[in-house]
Design a binder for this molecule. Structure first.
Ligand code: ZN
Length: 271
């Protein structure tokens, strides 16, 4: 297998709560009992977990990215990177894959992976119309709590800005719009495979409007990860009140402009 998705690996590997009973692996097992993960997570010592949980966060990015770090912090960061490299190499070996697909969204995790000398980081920056994101986060889903409009807007502005900053650190950077992905999934996957200099082989699980999902071992992620078999792929509709639509559109205007979303609710596609 060339590609292997691990869900939000970097986010969950260093956060015991995300590997706890509350968020089982997508295979249905507890992460500590999952046949894929149980031996891998035993390799994570408490110091590595603590550094990952406390320091690989947005408030520490200036220090992580900056040229000068206190010596103790620099040593801890280097040890953390070595341990993380070992973990990802173990994942690749156990999965028998060449490309690990890690869908952690937090830019500090991607930056951290870019600093590992033995790995090449390719960033696929997936964006969605901010009004659709707001609508999606307004409803709780199993272990995912609803988020306030203010929280989502702050996340959208900071995560998208920092994701673009990753161009400077990653081996490659590719921008994909969610609306284009769901409009033509096979074409988008081929584009992503070419981006990492690989051919998109074995796409027989994927059609234009549906995909066949087998057993996977995804960490954290959306609760939809537990769905198996044929799933339909379609754009999720969203509907905001007129007032909220105007307010959110004004506050996220830089993103609407940057990613070519119309101010009014009309979609258009690239293809
Ligand atoms: Zn599993």
């Amino acid at each position: 297998m060339l590609f292997r998705s691990i869900g939000e690996g970097a986010r969950a590997l260093f956060n015991a709560r995300l590997r706890s009973q509350a968020v089982p692996c997508s295979c249905g097992s507890q992460v500590s009992e999952c046949p894929f993960w149980k031996d891998i997570i035993r390799e994570i010592d408490s110091e590595t977990e603590k550094f990952g949980r406390e320091k690989i966060r947005i408030p520490y990015l200036p220090l992580l990215m900056g040229p000068i770090k206190p010596r103790t912090f620099q040593n801890q960061f280097q040890q953390f990177l070595s341990k993380t490299e070992e973990l990802y190499k173990l994942v690749a070996k156990n999965a028998g894959c060449k490309v690990i697909v890690d869908s952690s969204k937090n830019p500090p995790h991607a930056f951290m992976l870019s600093q590992i000398p033995g790995m090449d980081l390719y960033v696929v920056h997936l964006v969605r119309d901010p009004r659709g994101v707001i609508s999606s986060w307004s409803k709780p889903k199993k272990y995912l709590k609803r988020l306030s409009v203010k929280r989502v807007i702050l996340n959208l502005l900071s995560f998208n800005f920092l994701s673009e900053l990753l161009r400077r650190y990653a081996k490659g950077y590719l921008l994909i719009r969610y609306e284009d992905l769901v409009h033509n999934p096979p074409e988008t996957l081929k584009k992503i495979a070419n981006f990492v200099n690989e051919d998109a082989k074995d796409l027989d699980f994927l059609e234009k409007t549906r995909a066949r999902i087998g057993v996977q071992h995804l960490l954290a992620s959306n609760p939809d990860k537990y769905t198996q078999g044929w799933i339909s792929i379609e754009e999720q509709t969203w509907n905001l009140s007129r007032q909220k639509h105007l307010l959110v559109s004004l506050m996220t205007f830089p993103l609407l402009y940057r990613y070519r979303y119309p101010f009014s609710k009309t979609f258009f596609y690239e293809n």
